[in-house]
Design a protein around this ligand. Sequence first.
Ligand code: GAL
Ligand code: ZN
Length: 645
Amino acid sequence: MKVGVDYYPEHWDRSLWEQDADLMKKSGVKLVRMAEFAWSKMEPREGVYDFTWLDEVVALFAERGIEVILCTPTSCPPLWLYEKYPEVLLTGRDGRKQEPAIRGHRCYNAPKYRELVETFVRKMAEHYQNAVNIAAWQIDNEVEAGFCCCDVCAEGFWEWVRNKYGTLEAVNQAYHNEVWSGSYSAWSQIHPPLGSFPITQYNPAYLLDYQRFMSESTAGYVEFQAELLREYFPDTPITTNTWFCESMPDFYKLFDKLDFCSYDNYPTTRLPEEGYYSHAFHLDFIRGVKQRNFWIMEQLSGTPGCWMPMAPTVRPGMIKGYGLQAFAHGADAVIHFRFRSATGGAEMFWHGLIDHSNVPGRRYAEFEELCRTVDTWKDMEGTVVRSRVALLCGFESEYAFRLQLQTAGFYYMEQLQAYHDAFSHYGVNVDIISQEADLEGYDIVVAPAMYVRSQKAVRQLHDFASRGGIVLLTTRSGVKDEHNNCIMRPLPTDYADMTGCVVEEYDATGTDKIMITMDGEDYMGTHWCDVIRTEGAEILAVYKENFYAGRPAVTQNAYGKGIVYYVGTVGLPALCRRLAERTLQQAGISYIMDLPERVEVTTRDKEGRQFIFVFNNDGTAKNFLFEGEQIELDPFEMKRFEKAL
Ligand code: GAL
Ligand code: ZN
């Protein structure tokens, strides 16, 4: 378990390198990530390489027993490259090449770009082959899967379509191209979504395929780099760092061929009054991608700014607390972005641990405390987070919902967050995993908004329930087939048998709230109301308003040896929590009652030994009874307990 920093030697005068390395060593830094944006420093002109500066820094760290993560700097091609090979630039939907002055403007599929990347990556990897302190490689930086509409992607897409469907007839059928005279009569008519029309005017089946193609292109590009690196570094773990954004590649595919997952973790410094703000969701999500421990490549260190007006500064306790929170959820390394705030460049106000003054202050002192604490946590080496509750995610649904917003305020990831919040409230570990992952070992599977069909997921959920598992399905499930077309059967179509109910009609209620009653208590739903008719299911909750007052809102059905819930609305926290508690009881999973709001409890364990983390993810102190003991937690404080299993 290691704490580290992101360091940009190319931003600083050489005279600072040694003293920076000394300070890091003194503070207990174990890992330093470098070079992800330094292509022009390493290849100032085509074919002219200079690694001397990086060699010097790598050696300074080696002398101090500090390991490094080297990055391929390919998200920032040098300007000479764009000038000479403008064809590598990403092309927007407006058909224009992106202006190269920022970062990340390249098309992953451009052959010339691939060729230049290959030459550079081979040079760099070869150069560092004998370095003694490389802990890992990071490929590129925060790759995204936004639409590129260049000629290469255009051609790549129609080939992709041809490989997938074989004949034009099959494509026309899959896309329902009879609508608006959209039938293709030649492959040459298949284009990227170029044009000024809003995306919602396009055929969603076609668009989902374009998004899949872009996501696969991104994953393919990362895999291409990984294969190159492996030729030189067969035993060094390789990853790429990712974040949650609008154009996420499918993480399950992105990381499939990589050794471990890494994530950039920037919890908010302005605590919202309501909403699911805990970054525990993202941490559990990343852990679930490979169902394995992960690294944080960038961790909140100072006031975020630049892309927006500056946010409030990092409150006392956050540096240490958010670092420990990541470890508690399965991180094995937490690297802080960044060691020192830049004094130049676009990001000068995205603060690091040390301010522009270069005087280590409050935040740095807290970072040192984090290093010390984690140093005493060596006993946790090899521990993992185990969970009996799984939450399913499918990127195809995420894409399809983004391409066709269902109702105001309805977002797919929030459907997942709602149930993550609900189960976390009871102090149980939650795994967020691919909808196609193996469900063996889980007792409860929550599958919100299973929107775009995956045959495998449908089959596995049926098997899981019939063998005795508890499944919780929610509204907007079974809506689309694999092509993102609507299914001509009563909702929830593929899940109607297991839920024992059908949806007669639905009401897209936007941000309106709707009252529901369950076991004599009132709860709130929002965004969506399915008007349900039960076909064998037991009614647990009914709507209290609208023309469907009295009709079922939540049902429970015996299916095989298991139980299947259907929630016809988007529950606000009280409803989701009530359902979480009910399923935990049914599954016989022990949970914690009365945890104060925003107190998070998770565990990591290995044979016979369990570590329990109690974290106050809030700006006010908490005093409460925990396992018979009175405990007090300052804002963002974590306490670790241990017990024999
Ligand atoms: C990340 C990115 C970093 C830096 C940071 C703060 O998304 O990887 O390079 O830009 O955000 O803005
Ligand atoms: Zn392209």
